[in-house]
Design a protein around this ligand. Structure first.
Ligand SMILES: Cc1ncc(COP(=O)(O)O)c(C=O)c1O
Length: 446
């Protein structure tokens, strides 16, 4: 099966909109060409709307989400600083909270992990208890891509502010920003970091950070980042300010083509109701998919009420194994991801539903039909065939007016319409001509 006919439902990178890919294919252009400066400046401005932080300093640098971790360590920490990682795993598994902690240790931090059982998250009470010890910086992984757990970011941030008003709160939004409800300023988060390849819907290659005043003040107090050159905000902040003021600037060559794709990605995020609508779409699609999986007799890794909306981590029903099941889904043209958390790796699989897949009902239906057929082939008993897909249809139709192609009326919600204007005019013309012919024939018969 060619990659093109494969529907990518992985938790990132995701399937990209054709408009984003077309923009990515921009011809070569200088990073100081006025046309490019305009695109860079526009992207920086729009970041404040997407991160919901009108007082933030946006940063867009070639790299991936991991560069955001390094930047936090390099620019905000000194040897011996105390850091608390709010972790959604009980023991070291090498994934997101753990690796963020390991990264910060490289910059000399003493890292403490506040842990929870797999599928769960530390309670606010447990956090309050942990906060009896002072910390300079506290990290939250908003969505744990390995277990599908959603952190209570708003609750954690409020508890931290109440106990330690000056602590720096850093949120890893790699698997959340652009989909999950995330209010950087209202929740008073000091740094939000992400990568381009998930809910933003742009090929991997950009690290995006929003730095708020407390973080900027600490960075300027520390001066140049120690032990880092490319990651030093002292180099990047003037570049961002210059591009936003539409002035040419250079520290290291920006990922020029990525910015054209990012502009499209941001246009899509902000169209048709903006972030509030994206949060709603994300929740609706997640609920529809999770409801359909329950109808197939599946259960989930996250505990009730703790599941992320950007991905779903599904436990294999009894008697079904990953090596048997996943190739059967792939053979049906849908790409899913296997388990990631080392303690339960063989017990579950992951479905990503971000970006365009939150707006295209057909993606959810194809995915659920492929899962249903593969489960049946693995010997799992499905009570009523087709019920899961029917549930998705009725759930999505009762929540948002989603069409098969995911266009909202009128005319694709401000996005470029997939039906060219010429075709639309031809269709209207043909309908009118047919109507006219009908009227003419009817009047002759009289
Ligand atoms: C929650 C989370 N944090 C950080 C990362 C690392 O980001 P990247 O792979 O873009 O470097 C990932 C990657 O999937 C992630 O899911």
């Amino acid at each position: 099966m060619s990659p093109k006919s494969m529907l990518l439902m992985n938790p990132g990178p995701i399937a990209f909109e054709s408009e984003v890919l077309a923009a990515f294919a921009h011809e070569g252009i200088s990073h100081v060409d006025p046309a490019f400066i305009e695109v860079f400046g526009w992207c920086l401005e729009k970041m404040r709307h997407i991160f919901l932080a009108d007082d933030g300093q946006p940063l867009i640098v070639a790299g991936s989400g991991t560069l955001g971790w390094d930047m936090v360590g390099a620019n905000l920490l000194e040897a011996g600083d105390e850091v608390l990682v709010i972790n959604t795993g009980p023991t070291y598994c090498g994934y997101f909270g753990d690796s963020f902690g390991t990264c910060l240790e490289r910059y000399g931090a003493n890292v403490t992990h506040l842990r929870a059982p797999i599928g769960s998250r530390p309670s606010i009470e447990a956090l309050k208890d942990a906060l009896r010890k002072p910390y300079k910086l506290i990290t939250i992984t908003h969505v744990d891509t390995s277990t599908g757990v959603l952190s209570d970011a708003a609750g954690y941030a409020a508890a931290i502010r109440a106990a330690q008003p000056d602590a720096l709160v850093v949120l890893d939004g790699v698997c959340s920003l652009g989909g999950e409800e995330l209010r950087t300023k209202a929740w008073d988060i000091d740094v939000v970091l992400t990568g381009s390849q998930k809910c933003i819907g742009v090929p991997a290659g950009l690290a995006l950070l929003m730095l708020r005043p407390r973080a900027l003040a600490e960075h300027s107090r520390l001066g140049h980042a120690k032990g880092a050159y490319y990651a030093d905000w002292a180099h990047w902040l003037p570049i961002m300010k210059n591009y936003e003021a539409r002035r040419p600037s250079y520290f290291a060559t920006p990922a020029v083509n990525h910015f054209y794709a990012l502009q499209k990605g941001f246009e899509i995020l902000l169209a048709n109701g903006g972030m509030e609508k994206r949060f709603e779409e994300q929740r609706n699609m997640s609920n529809a998919i999770k409801g359909a999986l329950v109808a197939l007799g599946c259960t989930f890794v996250p505990a009730a009420g703790m599941a992320a909306n950007t991905l779903t981590c599904v436990r294999y029903p009894k008697g079904v194994t990953g090596p048997d099941f996943l190739p059967k889904v792939t053979a049906r043209g849908v790409s899913l991801a296997g388990g990631l958390h080392k303690d339960i790796k063989m017990e579950y699989f992951r479905i990503g539903h971000m970006g365009q897949s939150t707006r295209i009902m057909e993606h959810a239906i194809r995915t659920i039909n492929a899962i249903e057929a593969a489960l049946i082939e693995c010997g799992h008993v499905v009570e009523t065939k087709g019920k899961a897909a029917a549930l998705i249809k009725s759930h999505l139709k009762s929540t948002l007016p989603m069409s098969k192609r995911g266009c909202w009326s009128p005319c694709c919600g401000g996005r470029k319409c997939p039906v060219p204007l010429k075709c639309q005019l031809w269709s209207i013309g043909l309908v009118l001509a047919a109507f006219g012919a009908g009227v003419a024939v009817a009047s002759r018969r009289k």
